[in-house]
Design a protein around this ligand. Structure first.
Ligand code: PMV
Length: 323
């Protein structure tokens, strides 16, 4: 039996969520809390999955049944990833997969896309299939769409490329940004958001108020483009203000919550350059842009508003082989 382990970073959306689903750009950064995916080849034609973070232990089925019939919510991404890889590269060996995450699946750090990327990259290495980063992106993104039906793929790109990316839906633009001196405080709201539900909510709003919502998306897209320049020019105060404007539009879209708003207000009052929710909204995390000097005070304020500080570094390395 031979095995392989791939580790994949989590991610945080910096600016542009929701609008990115409708063709506008966004910016995402990879975080140094990682998902590890280990795969071993088995002699028997079976598929095994152990994912302690999802309370899945020794889940097993015949390899021919992977991705078919009734599939557990928790095993979907890994199964469909295996199915898509096997269909494309005609491999049928038995597999034992184990996932282990540094971060809770509740944070919205992208555990589903990280597992997807980890499984496909590990299979490519095991079966000696040479994949470019874009080919890995395309197959992983297809897998995410097969499972959840929608999404821009920004999380898949962050998992593969790492660093900080300017991104357009489906990977039509994946542009690495050089960032330096970028200080974020991350606060978890304690509530797990459901990305697909939040996307549906925005879709309904879009259908009911098309002109107004399209305008919001346009404006968010412009903020992202200005934010990109502010990042490259290290203009943190300016970037903070752009993040605040982005947050206002997210509130207009109806995806912020009073808990998120309180954490954001606390961070701002304590001296953050800017603060906003990160991701689909409805829960998950906020990000606050801070100076080294204001970091402590901002963290305390977020805690006072009921948030949990997540100690993480941004701009982390993309998917890599561990052993
Ligand atoms: O909930 P998250 O952190 O996966 O972020 C979702 C961001 C959206 O723009 C709403 C969806 C997407 O796929 O871009």
């Amino acid at each position: 039996m031979s095995g392989i382990t791939i580790s994949v970073p989590g991610k945080l959306m910096l600016m542009g969520e929701h609008a990115v689903v409708y063709g506008r750009p966004c910016m995402v950064t990879a975080v140094d809390q990682r998902m590890k995916v280990s795969i071993e080849l088995l002699d028997q034609p079976i598929f095994q999955l152990t994912a302690p973070d999802l309370n899945i232990s020794h889940y097993q089925k015949s390899i021919g049944e992977v991705g078919k019939g009734k599939i557990l919510k928790e095993t979907k991404f890994a199964e469909i990833a295996v199915k898509n890889f096997s269909d494309k590269y005609k491999v049928t060996s038995g597999l034992a997969i184990k996932t282990q995450s540094d971060f809770s699946p509740k944070f919205g750090f992208g555990s589903s896309s990280a597992v997807t990327v980890g499984v496909i990259k590990a299979l490519a290495e095991l079966f000696k299939v040479k994949l470019t980063q874009k080919e890995l992106f395309d197959l992983s993104y297809k897998t995410v769409l097969d499972v959840q039906g929608k999404g821009s793929g920004f999380d898949v790109a962050a998992a593969i490329y790492g660093g900080t990316l300017y991104f357009q839906t489906g990977g039509s633009i994946i542009e690495p940004l050089i960032i330096d001196g970028f200080n974020l405080v991350v606060g978890f709201s304690g509530i797990k958001a459901d990305t697909v539900t939040m996307m549906s909510l925005v879709r309904t709003k879009m259908e009911n108020y098309k002109t107004g919502v399209e305008k919001i998306f346009d404006n968010i897209g412009k903020l992202v483009n200005e934010g990109k320049m502010a990042i490259l020019d290290k203009e943190w105060e300016r970037l903070g203000t752009l993040m605040d404007y982005n947050q206002n539009y997210l509130e207009d879209l109806g995806v912020s919550t009073s808990k998120l708003n309180q954490m954001i207000a606390g961070a701002k009052a304590a001296g953050a350059y800017g603060a906003k929710l990160s991701g689909a909204g409805g829960g998950d995390c906020i990000i606050a842009l801070v100076s080294a000097k204001s970091r402590y005070k901002v963290s305390q304020a977020i805690k006072k508003a009921g948030g949990q500080i997540i100690d993480t570094k941004v701009n982390a390395e993309g998917a890599r082989r561990e052993v």
